[in-house]
Ligand binder design. Structure first.
Ligand SMILES: C[S@@+](CC[C@H](N)C(=O)[O-])C[C@H]1O[C@@H](n2cnc3c(N)ncnc32)[C@H](O)[C@@H]1O
Length: 242
């Protein structure tokens, strides 16, 4: 079981409600802040996810925790006929919906409100499922992953992009300094919600990564599980199938 952290320490709400509230609050600034926080490398990581999904030649893709839709929009390059972006935060989804309209992609992408721990789809619906920077926000990680397993078709591909922690010197030390000093400063300067940035670095530091996350995927039933650390290990792409 992974350790838990929540955005608002004094709140009486559960993690799911707090996470929804936090992303609703930061939704307007999210894309810009993402670029600043990751020095723009997040764009490259999402492109890699798209290339992996493309190899599976999917007709239908579900992008869970789609947020403002960057990955869903990029996934159009796979040639899939149907892409569904699902997110629990109405604020994030509003921004995403507008981006889909602006890109004239509403014939391929539908953006819907939903909870990854209770997916509104039949078993074996999608050829591929993706989650970028979403799984560490799930209230119940294993429940969310089981739901994903359920809606993925047998033989289907599951790709996760998530933060991880570098294990090698000097990246390990550099990453710690970044999380302790640089990220909170960026949060203070750019965000209306300082606790959001504390939560983002705190949740990244305690979330299982590498072989630990592989084992959670295997426990759910996924096979051919593989992890590919990116940029000194500050994020990892996980690939698995059903
Ligand atoms: C860090 S953002 C990532 C957004 C997008 N995938 C990206 O790569 O930029 C995390 C997203 O996960 C969503 N989320 C958190 N818990 C969720 C859940 N249980 N079901 C669906 N979405 C969830 C949040 O609302 C938020 O939009």
């Amino acid at each position: 079981m992974s350790k838990k952290t929540t955005p608002y320490k004094n709140s009486t709400l559960g993690k799911k409600e707090q996470v929804t509230q936090m992303f609703d609050t930061i939704s307007e600034n999210y894309d810009g802040l993402n670029r600043v926080i990751s020095f723009g490398i997040d764009v490259k990581w999402r492109k890699k996810v798209v290339r992996i999904v493309e190899n599976a030649k999917p007709d239908s893709i579900l992008d869970i925790a789609t947020g403002t839709g960057d990955l869903a929009i990029n996934l159009v390059k796979t040639g899939a006929k149907k892409i569904v972006g699902l997110d629990i935060s109405p604020g994030m989804l509003e921004v995403g919906k507008q981006k889909v309209i602006d890109a004239k992609l509403n014939n391929v992408i539908s953006m819907i409100i939903g909870d990854s721990e209770q997916l509104p789809f039949e078993e074996n619906t999608f050829d591929a499922v993706t989650v970028a920077f979403g799984v560490r926000n799930f209230e119940n990680l294993e429940k969310g992953l089981s739901e994903i397993y359920k809606v993925l078709k047998p033989g289907g591909t599951f790709v996760v992009l998530e933060t991880s922690v570098p294990t090698k010197t000097p990246y390990k030390q550099g990453y710690k300094t970044y999380c302790k000093f640089i990220l909170p400063t960026i949060g203070k300067i750019f965000s209306k919600d300082r606790s959001a940035y504390k939560y983002l670095s705190e949740s990244a530091s305690i979330f299982p990564y590498g072989e630990k996350f592989n084992n959670i995927l295997r426990k759910i039933g996924f096979i051919n599980v593989e992890d590919r650390p990116q940029t000194f290990g500050v994020s990892t792409i996980y690939i698995a199938s059903k």
